[in-house]
Design a protein around this ligand. Structure first.
Ligand SMILES: Nc1ncnc2c1ncn2[C@@H]1O[C@H](COP(=O)(O)OP(=O)(O)OP(=O)(O)O)[C@@H](O)[C@H]1O
Length: 225
């Protein structure tokens, strides 16, 4: 099954005279772990935002799970993201006034599908946090009391809860030391494999790229560069 299908995709920022992205074709299939590589400013985050439905293509189509979402309303895209995507961005977008566990269970409050798949959402959050080796004593803490590396793990648990089909991660390991980074990747992979999720991962770290079975060089698929 194709999880992502791009066709003749173009994206141009408002006020710019040229496209930042022009991708004739890209297909990512179920369960693939894909690493997206490219120079700073080449459009990696822009592409992830298009996939996540935060931006809309200037031209062309984006199909996710075989549904064409290019011209869907923002509400429909928000719904789709809540139901089918776990997103980890550079700024983790954790809610400062909620505890660690409540941040992790958040997607289940926006998506009945994710809630159903998680089952007991508190237990599911705790299980994910345990897998990610977040100290038990921190579960009830506010996320503002956590180190950046600990916050990254909370963001990962939140992305994985309720078994979304697509995990999108933009530089999620930038604040981790090498051993925590390696453990983080192991856990992301094993969790994604257990739930058959597709991963699309952006990072500047060449050691992480080595771990991915498929590396996409943005310059090779993007004719706008
Ligand atoms: N909100 C915006 N409005 C206008 N231009 C933008 C906006 N966000 C990004 N850009 C431009 O789009 C281009 C691609 O940016 P993007 O963040 O996608 O690159 P990137 O490959 O993720 O870079 P990095 O590796 O440094 O994070 C840059 O030239 C940037 O200036």
């Amino acid at each position: 099954m194709n999880i992502v299908e791009l066709n003749e995709l173009r994206y141009r920022w408002k006020g710019q005279s040229s496209d930042i992205l022009r991708i004739p074709e890209l297909t990512i299939t179920k369960g693939e772990h894909v690493f997206l590589r490219g120079e700073s400013g080449s459009g990696k985050t822009t592409l992830l935002n298009l996939l996540a439905g935060i931006l809309s293509p200037t031209e062309g189509s984006i199909k996710l799970l075989e549904k064409d979402l290019s011209h869907a309303s923002s509400m429909a895209k928000d719904r789709f993201r809540a139901d089918h995507m776990g997103v980890i961005f550079q700024q983790f977008n954790l809610l400062p006034y909620l505890s660690v566990v409540d941040n992790v269970t958040l997607p289940c409050h926006f998506s009945a599908r994710r809630k159903k798949q998680a089952g007991d959402i508190q237990a599911s959050a705790i299980q994910l946090l345990d897998h990610l080796q977040l100290h038990e004593g921190l579960r009830k803490s506010l996320v503002t009391e956590l180190s950046v590396g600990q916050q990254q793990r909370v963001a990962v648990a939140r992305a994985l809860i309720g078994q979304p089909e697509i995990i999108i991660a933009d530089e999620p390991t930038s604040a981790l030391d090498t051993s925590t980074r390696d453990r983080f990747i192991e856990l992301l992979f094993s969790q994604a494999e257990a739930q058959q999720s597709t991963i699309i991962f952006v990072s500047h770290d060449p050691h992480i790229a080595e771990r991915f079975p498929r590396v996409i060089e943005l310059s090779e698929i993007n004719e706008a560069l």
